[in-house]
Structure formats: C-alpha cells, structure tokens
Design a protein around this ligand. Structure first.
Ligand code: HMG
Length: 382
C-alpha cells in the first residue's frame, strides 16, 4: 500500500481582498465572490519565490527519519526560477536532505504534481523502505487589469509519499488523457500567463467528462465519499461537479456537494496555486470536514492546461486526522496582512535585476526560508 503520509502547506503572509479588487476594477463584487467564487488571493513578495515557498511547505512536515529516508524529491511547478537547474536542488539543500537521492523538477501546467505523484508511487512501490517528497509550488500571474487577474494566487503544498501511508492510500488504477490545446500558456519570455479563458473552461469540463465516463466502472464498483477538483477558482470545480447532477442520485450528489464545499475553503482564500490547487482541496476537505470516515474513497480530478487530465482515487486511512494540522493552517491564513490595492500593484510590478548586478531582497519574514540575494545571475536562499 502506497500513498500520502503527510501534507504540508505554505502561503505568503499577505493577501488582497477581492471586494477591494472589484471596487478598484469597477466590477460588481458579486462577480468575483459568486460568479468566480473566490474571496481573497495570496500575494507573494519577491523573497517568497517558488523555491522558498516549496521549502517552507515541506519544512513543517519532515522529521529526522523522513529526511533520512527520502530517495526522490520532485518539485512540480510552472513558475520555475531557472530554465535548466531544478528547483528541487535548492530545496534539497534548504531542507538539509542527504545526497543519495534524485532531485528533479516536473512541468505540465497544473497537472505537474499529479505526474510527480505517479512517479513517487512507482518509486516507493519499488523501494518500500524509502520515501518520496513531492512539492507543488506556484505563483499564478495573469497581469493587472486582465480577466484572469482575479484568479491569481500563490502557495505550495508538500506531499510525503510512503508505504503504509497515514492519510490516503492511493489506488493503482487511474484514468488519464492528453491532447495538444492552446487554452492557457506562458512563453519563456513572459512573467504572465495567457489564457483563452472561456475555451479553457470548456476544455476543463470536456476532459473531466471524458475521464469520468471512462472511469464509470471504477466508480460504480465502489462509490465515492468525495470528489475533488483542480481549483483554478472555486466556480470551475463547482461547474464540473454540476455536470454530474443528472447522473447521480440526489443523495449521492448532495454528499459530494457538501464535501466539495469543504474542499474549497482554503482555495477560496488563497487563489489558484496551479500545481498545488488540487492538493490544497484535499487538505481543505480533510481539515474542515468531520463527517468522513476511515476507508472512505475519494476521487481526485487533476487538470493541467495544454492539456492533460487524470482522475485517480484514494482511501482514507484509520486515524488520518492525527496526521493533519488544521489549527496551524487556519492560523497561517488568519494571520495574513491585508494589502491595499496600491500595495498589491506595487508588489506586482517588482522585479529581480536581470543584468547580473547584486540585489539584496527585502523581507518581512523573521523565520522560514526566503530568497535573500541575487548576484551574477544566481539566486541565494536561506
Ligand atoms: P470573465 O471575462 O470575467 O468571465 O472571465 P464572465 O464575464 O463570464 O464572468 C465570470 C462569471 O461571473 C460568469 O459566470 C458570470 O455570469 C458571473 P458563469 O457563466 O461562468 O457561471 N457573474 C456574476 N455572478 C454574480 N453576480 C454578478 C456577476 N457578474 C458576472 N454581478 C475567466 C472569467 C475565468 C474566464 C477569467 O478569469 C480567466 O481567464 N481566468 C484564467 C483562466 C482559467 O482560470 N481557466 C480555468 C480553466 S483552465 C485551468 O484550470 C488550468 C489553469 O489552472 C492553468 C494551468 O493548468 O496551469 C488555469
């Protein structure tokens, strides 16, 4: 049995209230709150790039034994800091991991962490005495005053994969699909993503429907206690769930909807964290729902633009609650500083130097990992 043993989460310590964004953009706040289904979005300072966030998310879950047993470290991201070197190598050092491991980065839009999880599953199945650490870390940027602006966010989720997992045992069989599509992309020269917004929603729904129908047998054999989605914004997952109204009985649909509502609590306050969004939904469900039981079966729908989709399944383990940290994560969200629109726009426009000169990165953090300097085109962390 292989699966998720521990889950860590980190998000920057400041946010923008989407009511303020609506006012600034002269939009009815209900469009953002109800139409998009988001409340707040996390805003990353320059010292919290995807490497620092990844290390911060993993730091909270690793004990000495884990550090010794990790044989595979994968950072999944689409906001990578280098075209060549894997973010995982910086993270390996920040986490004081040993050197007898593979450290790599994986990319396929928001699907990257699911690809990483598949590799981690195979790795642990082959090396049962070792563990794999998968970290999804991203900063979603579309640009000021764009249609996607309200769906930005920042954060990281770390998943420790082991034999005899304490949270969720993963099933071997899953359903997946890929197709070349231009729904969302970010060229190497651009800090901001481009999207064909409505088309991306249609493709997400189409691929969900395709993998769900293909998985019909897997689902009908053993019914689902919850169905989780990649959440670029909560309305997207809700739309996907709503496609099932005619296929499910009222009581099945109500159960899934109730649990879906618990799964979007964290994401509604963080925004899109791309690779980590599905796993933040899992964490949100497990830390906010008190009706789930051991052995309950959970379906997870992963979607990455471009596009790859996968529907996979897991079973909750006895005592899974003891491996969670709801108070810490709720506090992490509650303690954040609210930014004004002016502060948010200033942060958005900050950039690291690109001419090789030395730049010290200011930080509001006293603890945790952060980027502190760039010099000669290299990044330095502590
Ligand atoms: P938009 O132009 O703001 O859309 O773009 P809209 O004007 O149609 O409004 C959105 C919704 O608000 C609509 O509801 C309106 O009716 C509603 P819907 O028809 O969708 O159900 N609305 C209101 N509701 C209540 N009160 C009101 C009101 N006014 C309007 N007063 C869009 C929205 C999501 C397209 C845009 O934000 C965007 O382009 N976002 C980025 C792309 C994206 O997130 N796509 C999602 C699918 S692709 C994906 O998930 C992958 C991704 O994570 C990337 C990756 O894989 O790496 C993005």
């Amino acid at each position: 049995m292989v699966g998720i043993d521990k889950i860590g989460f980190y998000t920057p310590q400041q946010y923008l209230d989407l009511k303020d964004l609506a006012q600034a953009r002269q939009v009815d706040p209900n469009k953002y709150l109800i139409g998009i289904g988001q409340s707040k979005m996390a805003v990353a300072d320059m010292d919290q790039d995807i490497v620092a966030m990844a290390a911060n998310a993993a730091e909270e879950i690793l004990d000495a034994e884990d550090r010794q047993k990790i044989g595979l470290l994968i950072v999944a991201t689409e906001s990578g800091v280098d075209q060549s070197k894997a973010a995982a190598l910086f993270v390996q050092e920040l986490l004081h991991l040993h050197h007898n491991l593979r450290a790599v980065e994986i990319k396929e839009a928001c699907y990257g962490a699911t690809a990483a999880l598949g590799w981690a599953y195979d790795f642990v199945s082959l090396h049962p005495e070792q563990k794999a650490l998968v970290i999804a870390s991203d900063i979603a940027r579309y640009g000021l005053k764009t249609a996607g602006e309200v769906t930005q966010g920042a954060g990281a989720v770390a998943l420790l994969i082991s034999q005899k997992p304490r949270i969720l045992a993963l099933e071997k069989q899953s359903i997946y699909r890929s197709q070349n599509a231009n729904d969302f992309w970010r060229p190497n020269y651009s800090q901001e993503a481009f999207a064909r917004g409505k088309y991306s929603e249609e493709l997400y729904l189409q691929m969900f429907s395709q993998v769900y129908q293909q998985a019909a047998e897997l689902i009908s054999e053993k019914s689902l206690a919850a169905l989780l989605f990649h959440i670029p914004f909560s309305k997207m997952g809700r739309k996907a769930l709503q496609t099932l109204t005619t296929q499910l009985t009222d009581s099945d649909y109500q159960r899934l909807e109730q649990r879906f509502n618990k799964s979007i609590i964290y994401g509604k306050n963080v925004g899109n964290i791309y690779t980590g969004s599905l796993y933040l939904s899992l964490l949100s469900l497990l830390e906010n729902d008190d009706t789930l039981k051991p052995n309950d079966r959970i379906g997870l729908f992963s979607y990455g633009s471009g596009a790859v989709a996968e529907l996979f399944f897991g079973r909750l383990q006895p005592g899974y609650q003891n491996s969670l940290n709801p108070h810490k994560h709720q506090e992490l969200l509650a303690q954040r500083k609210k930014l004004t629109i002016k502060e948010y726009e200033q942060i958005f426009q900050q950039h690291l130097v690109t001419d090789g000169s030395s730049q010290l990165i200011p930080s509001k953090r006293e603890t945790g990992h952060r980027l502190f300097k760039v010099e000669n085109h290299e990044r330095f962390y502590k």
